[in-house]
Design a protein around this ligand. Structure first.
Ligand SMILES: Cc1cc2nc3c(=O)[nH]c(=O)nc-3n(C[C@H](O)[C@H](O)[C@H](O)COP(=O)(O)O)c2cc1C
Length: 494
């Protein structure tokens, strides 16, 4: 499959045709009931849900749209995640050229890549589906904003693309940051300190200027995915989305603020944030499975709400994994491996297990080629974008599968000496982390579980791993071929 989705509606239709979307025609309460139903669906590998009659609401609510790896791949216009990963690999052209001759012979391909990049950048349009209905002033009470957990501070927009701009360069950004509804025209901007939205806010604060913000609810699924992906700052998320889907994202100017939003979006909330105006946000049942504590965040004042004639409200519920955002996190890890390999070619594979919330525990396999190589990789990863948040980083040799936790524990227990092979550092940690004594700052542990070398002050000979003689393996295979019941009995069980 190699296709793109014009908008969310088109993707939902596709999911329905595949039997992967179920319409819920009974009345369901956006307060807790939808979250509970969506959680049950994601935890059983169930379908996307379209709540057609939200209690007190005027528009249908879509949940668990990305809730399986297959649906996430489809959302990116592919049958499996390997397709977009290959697209990213192609764009990065991982192999560094060997010399002038190779550069020249690759020049046409490089130029074609450049042309493609330019052609797939966002395009501006003047008329847009997302502005079929324009409501000056806007009234958030008309939206079916859900409450996920009983002790949440209030109804929260959980899956919005928050569009902000760098006032110095004009570069726009889209990030997924939840927004608590305070009143019919105010929202809490939960952009954590390390996010681009927060950095843009600090830039406006330094200039003492009002910050324009646009909230997009329900864009085409590739653009939604791009907004949550750790795309390096400076690369537009819309351009990234265009590259992933092989089609430019169309943007339309907002009605009341100087920002552009995806023309095919379902709902757009336009408004401004005044630097220095803060309000308590939370508690909120977070990705951690705990309620994040109430904390002050900036406030957005709504100026206008625009939407399609028949919009769908896209939302999600966070909590202890497995959840929809955990499925998305797995896809992000998979897709961004080529980006990591571009900076660290010695990296073979990486696992950020969902139980570790993607930022608490990481395992990385490397081609070790010099003493203390594992430590070099740890420090490099702690300096690489959102990987700075990983609290426990385990490095294993190239022949160990980092996704096989049994094998990883075997290697850690056997090959890492707690006196010699641990590296403890201090640095920035995720704002949602709870074990650190000071918010946003904490310790990180690197475990070098690679085989030790003499140059690493390992004075003894490293023992040889037991491996059966290949000739004996072949002979036993042959023997078992003539003994089917025994062969079956000796086959690996699921
Ligand atoms: C469902 C969902 C909810 C999220 N909520 C928040 C949030 O409330 N605040 C936040 O800072 N990041 C949140 N994130 C993570 C960011 O979207 C993610 O780190 C993204 O890469 C940030 O983009 P940026 O680097 O452009 O700021 C959420 C992600 C998902 C998938």
């Amino acid at each position: 499959m190699n296709r793109s989705w014009k908008n969310l509606g088109e993707f939902l239709q596709f999911l329905e045709s595949k039997g992967e979307l179920v319409r819920v025609s009974s009345e369901v309460d956006p307060r807790l009931e939808m979250a509970e139903m969506a959680l049950r669906s994601v935890r059983t590998g169930g379908p996307a849900l379209l709540f057609e009659r939200p209690k007190g609401g005027s528009m249908p609510v879509a949940m668990n749209v990305f809730g399986t790896e297959q649906r996430t791949a489809w959302a990116l216009g592919a049958e499996s995640l390997s397709e977009p990963r290959q697209r990213i690999e192609g764009l990065l052209r991982l192999k560094p050229p060997g010399g002038l001759g190779e550069i020249l012979s690759d020049l046409p391909a490089a130029l074609e890549n450049l042309q493609n990049l330019r052609a797939l950048g966002p395009k501006r349009v003047s008329r847009a589906a997302c502005q079929e209905v324009v409501k000056e002033g806007g009234n958030l009470d008309e939206l079916p904003i859900i409450t996920c957990w009983p002790k949440d501070g209030g109804p929260t927009i959980t899956f919005p693309l928050v569009i902000t701009k760098n006032p110095e360069t004009g570069q726009q950004n889209a990030g997924i940051y939840r927004l608590q509804r305070y009143g019919k025209d105010t929202l809490g901007m939960h952009w954590q300190v390390h996010r681009v939205g927060a950095e843009n806010y600090r830039r406006y604060a330094r200039r003492k200027e009002e910050m324009p913000v646009a909230i997009v609810i329900g864009a085409d699924p590739t653009t939604v995915f791009s907004a949550l992906a750790p795309v390096p700052e400076g690369i537009s998320k819309f351009a990234f989305s265009g590259l992933l889907q092989g089609r430019s994202v169309e943007l339309v100017p907002c009605r009341t603020v100087d920002l552009e939003v995806p023309a095919e979006a379902e709902i757009v909330i336009e408004g401004t944030v005044t630097p220095g105006e803060l309000h308590v946000e939370g508690p909120f049942g977070d990705h951690t499975g705990y309620y994040s504590l109430p904390e002050e965040f900036p406030v957005m004042h709504v100026r206008c709400v625009t939407h399609r004639k028949n919009p769908v409200y896209l939302t999600t519920v966070t909590g202890k994994p497995p959840t929809e955002d955990a499925v998305l996190g797995m896809a992000v890890t998979d897709l961004f491996l080529p980006v990591i390999r571009m900076v660290l070619p010695e990296v073979v594979d990486m696992a950020l297990p969902m139980e570790g919330l993607f930022i608490n525990v990481g395992v990385i396999s490397i081609h070790k080629s010099f003493p203390q190589h594992a430590r070099k990789v740890m420090h490099a990863l702690w300096g690489l974008g959102q990987l700075m948040f990983v609290r426990y980083l385990i490095v294993v040799d190239h022949d160990v599968d980092p996704h096989d936790m049994r094998e990883v524990l075997y290697r850690v227990g056997l090959q890492a000496d707690p006196q010699e092979d641990l590296t403890i550092v201090e640095g920035p940690v995720d704002q949602l982390s709870i074990s650190n004594r000071v918010e946003n700052v904490g310790g990180k542990l690197g475990i070098d579980a690679t085989k030790k070398w003499p140059e690493e002050a390992y004075p003894r000979p490293w023992p040889e791993e037991t491996k059966m003689d290949p000739e004996v393996v072949r002979r036993v295979d042959e023997l078992l071929g003539s003994l089917p019941p025994l062969k079956k009995a000796l086959s690996p069980r699921r």
